[in-house]
Ligand binder design. Structure first.
Ligand SMILES: [Zn+2]
Length: 257
C-alpha cells in the first residue's frame, strides 16, 4: 500500500519536490517530538519521547521507536553493550551481520575498522543471500556475527546456532538476541502449531515457530558458545535507563567462541 503510494508520488511529482516533501515530513515529526527528555544513544538525537511501537496488543508499547534512526529499546541496548563492553568500534574486525537492522547497517558499514558483510534469506539490502541453517562461509571466517530476532523464525535453531559458531574465529563473539518469555523456564515450541494466527497467539508473531524461555543460554552452550547473560540495562541508574529508552528486563547474551 505505502509502496504503491510512493510509486504514484514518484510518477506525478518531480524529484526535487519529493525530496523537499520528505524533508518537510521529517521536520514536522522532529518538531512534534522535539525536547530533551530522552536521548537515543545510536543517533545521539534528543527527544520529548520515543514513538509508540508494536504489532499486537501483547507487544505494543509507548516510548519505543526513535523517529530519527528507527532504533528500538533492544537496539539501543546492543549498541551500548558493544560500545562499553567490546572492542567493536575500535579493533579491525571481520563482521557478518545477518538480517541487518535499519538503524545499524549504514552506521556499521561506515566504520573504518570493520570489514562488514550483511546476509539475509532474501532482503535486497543484504550483500549475500543464504539460509542460516546452512551458511556458505568457511570455518573460522569471522570475528563477530550479529543475528538478532532470527532464530525464533528458524525450524532447526540448533543447526543455525552451530553454523554461526562454526564460521566464528576462536576468540570471536556472536550477538544472537531473541524474543523471550522471562517467566518461562523452558522454551515453548510445538511443531504442530503452524497456523499464522495460532502462532501469533502462542509465539507472539505470525511467523515465529517458538517462544524462548530461560533455557536459551543452555541452547547456545550446547553448540559450544561460552555465554555471559545479564540484564545489561540494570548497569544504569533507573533515571539514565529511562532517558536512553532501554529495556530493563531484557537479558543480554554475550556469546564467545
Ligand atoms: Zn536514534
Amino acid at each position: 500500500m505505502l509502496k504503491s503510494i510512493i510509486r504514484l508520488l514518484l510518477k506525478i511529482f518531480p524529484r526535487p519536490f519529493l525530496i523537499r516533501l520528505s524533508l518537510l515530513i521529517n521536520r514536522i515529526v522532529a518538531l512534534f517530538y522535539m525536547g530533551n527528555k530522552v536521548e537515543c544513544p545510536v543517533c545521539n538525537n534528543t527527544l520529548r519521547k520515543f514513538l509508540p511501537y508494536g504489532y499486537t496488543k501483547q507487544t505494543g508499547r509507548d516510548n519505543a521507536l526513535c523517529p530519527h534512526c528507527l532504533s528500538l529499546e533492544r537496539h539501543r541496548l546492543m549498541y551500548l553493550y558493544l560500545q562499553e563492553k567490546t572492542y567493536f568500534f575500535t579493533k579491525n574486525l571481520k563482521v557478518l551481520h545477518i538480517a541487518p537492522e535499519q538503524c545499524f547497517f549504514k552506521r556499521f558499514r561506515a566504520l573504518q575498522n570493520l570489514d562488514y558483510t550483511t546476509g539475509d534469506l532474501e532482503s535486497p539490502i543484504a550483500d549475500v543471500h543464504f539460509d542460516v541453517q546452512s551458511i556458505p562461509f568457511a570455518d573460522e571466517t569471522y570475528d563477530v556475527v550479529i543475528c538478532n530476532h532470527v532464530l525464533e523464525h528458524v525450524d532447526d535453531d540448533a543447526k543455525a546456532m552451530s553454523e554461526m559458531y562454526r564460521i566464528l574465529k576462536p576468540g570471536g563473539f556472536a550477538i544472537l538476541q531473541v524474543p523471550q518469555n522471562a517467566n518461562a523456564e523452558k522454551t515453548y515450541e510445538d511443531p504442530t502449531i503452524t497456523n499464522p494466527s495460532e502462532r501469533e497467539k502462542h509465539f507472539l508473531q505470525k511467523d515465529h515457530v517458538r517462544l524462548y524461555g530461560l533455557d536459551y543460554a543452555e541452547r547456545l552452550r550446547a553448540v559450544g558458545f561460552k555465554v555471559t547473560a545479564n540484564t545489561f540495562a540494570n548497569n544504569y541508574s533507573e533515571e539514565a535507563a529511562q532517558r536512553l529508552g532501554l529495556p530493563m528486563k531484557e537479558i543480554f547474551y554475550f556469546n564467545q567462541k
